[in-house]
Design a protein around this ligand. Structure first.
Ligand code: IPD
Ligand code: CA
Ligand code: CA
Length: 269
């Protein structure tokens, strides 16, 4: 299905406005989070009043424009009415950084139509960076076109990852993969916000990113950004089921290829 560019722009504008509104609240409370504002959803998995407020603002704004669209957002139970439109929202990606005063977190909003990602927006409030992608029309940072890195080999790569803290029993294969990349790449970073790991891959800061057991809201917008910036995104089987499996490899064509090979060899043993 081809979607009219004007319509895509309209969806992107709503995502951008929603993220900017949420960003005001996020910035207001940054550095001021106290224990009474924090809940532990699961062990070492936190949510703050600010995550919840941000989500309320984003959902409210989207609903005020597209009341019949479905919404999947991290901090509320999913609202599926059978629409072909699905907004996928992470109101604050990098909550632990935010709580600790580490200035690396973002808002992530994506839109799927009939199961295809068509719009992705990531807003980094402290740096006022807006990353935006529309299917078939490229990826942009603050209105300027971005592309993945030209480096196409692992040995010339800075790789980003996240630790599998929710499923600690895969730590051994994860560490074997980590060791392989550690021995071959220029360096490895763990920034604490998966959507920013992907945005930075789309703009060529990182050549590749991999992580396991993520949720759709962590990666939907960022995956589209990487693809529209000329990169490749798959799950650990080399398929495009990363939103379902939560396992993701993203990078330049060559680096993605090398990472996929290492991950497949390691995880099957
Ligand atoms: C987390 C961040 C982090 C990743 C975690 C995610 P949250 O999202 O993206 O980088 O490693 O697995 O859950 O909880 O801060 O929205
Ligand atoms: Ca997240
Ligand atoms: Ca979040």
């Amino acid at each position: 299905m081809t979607i009219n560019k004007n319509d895509l722009n309209k969806y992107l504008d709503v995502a951008r406005e929603a993220a900017l509104k949420a960003g005001i609240v996020i910035k207001e409370h940054f550095g001021k989070v106290c224990p009474s504002m924090i809940d532990e959803k699961a062990k070492n998995d936190f949510v703050t009043n600010v995550d919840k407020k941000s989500e309320e603002i984003i959902k409210g704004y989207i609903k005020s424009h597209f009341n019949n669209h479905d919404i999947l957002a991290e901090e509320s139970s999913s609202e599926r009415k059978g629409s072909t439109f699905l907004w996928i929202i992470d109101p604050l990606d990098g909550t632990l950084n935010y709580i600790r005063g580490l200035p690396s977190f973002a808002v992530s909003i994506a839109l799927e139509i009939n199961g295809d990602l068509v719009v992705g927006l990531i807003y980094e409030p402290l740096r006022e960076n807006i990353y935006a992608a529309m299917r078939g029309h490229g990826s942009f940072k603050n209105g300027r076109r971005i592309h993945v890195s030209r480096s196409d080999t692992l040995s010339a790569s800075l790789i980003a990852t996240g630790f599998p803290y929710r499923i600690k029993d895969i730590i051994d294969p994860y560490l074997r993969v980590f060791k392989n990349f550690f021995m071959h790449a220029i360096g490895i970073r763990r920034g604490g916000s998966a959507c920013l790991d992907l945005a930075y891959t789309a703009e060529g800061i990182f050549e590749g990113f991999f992580e396991c057991a993520l949720s759709p809201w962590d990666i939907a917008a960022g995956a589209l950004l990487v693809e529209e910036a000329g990169g490749v995104v798959t799950d650990f089987n080399g398929d495009r089921q990363y939103l379902k499996t939560g396992n993701i490899i993203a990078g330049t064509k060559g680096v993605h290829n090398e990472m996929l090979r290492v991950i497949q060899e390691t995880f099957k043993n």
